[in-house]
Design a binder for this molecule. Structure first.
Ligand code: FES
Length: 166
């Protein structure tokens, strides 16, 4: 019971903090609705995703319908409306990597992290995604972790690559 109350209090505090942060971000853009994408980018870099509460506040302050804010938030791949992990793993499944066995890398990543592609681990450490070519086909198959390229991947290397981020 008391744990529930503590959690509720924590929730209220973090909501208040978020509200303050979003107000700050909006002010940086003078509450200018034409800056919606930049505002969402700043929110995304603050929280690693676009929390619903934040989008509601943006919608209200900028007087843009929430459906329209969600439309933009879901249109661009760089935005996420689901919480994301601290580290992002991208397994390239473009043609060149595919013919060199990228699916086996992906399956091993899924097994090692215990999540399917597109999801985030329960401890919020990793988000696993696929990408269609990262421009280094000669090094394939490739797994990119937080922007760091790991070329000529094999299923055996998956564990040691992830280990650096655990
Ligand atoms: S297909 Fe993977 S880097 Fe180009």
């Amino acid at each position: 019971m008391s744990e529930n109350i503590t959690n509720l209090k924590k929730d209220a505090v973090s909501k208040a903090e978020m509200k303050k942060k979003i107000t700050e971000i909006l002010k940086n853009y003078n509450n200018d609705r034409s800056q919606l994408i930049s505002i969402l980018q700043d929110i995304q870099s603050e929280y690693r995703y676009l929390p619903r509460e934040a989008l509601k506040q943006v919608s209200k302050v900028l007087e843009i319908p929430l459906t329209q804010v969600y439309g933009v938030a879901t249109f661009f791949r760089s935005f996420s409306i689901e919480p994301r992990g601290k580290h992002t793993v991208h397994v390239c499944t473009g043609t060149a990597c595919h013919v060199r066995g990228s699916l086996r890398i992906l399956e091993e990543m899924e097994r090692e992290l215990g999540i399917p592609r597109g999801k985030t681990t329960a401890d919020s450490k990793f988000t696993l995604e696929t990408v269609n070519c990262v421009g280094a086909c000669a090094l394939g198959p490739i797994a990119v972790v937080d922007g760091e390229y790991n070329g000529q991947m094999t299923p055996d290397k998956v564990k040691s690559v992830l280990e650096k981020y655990r």
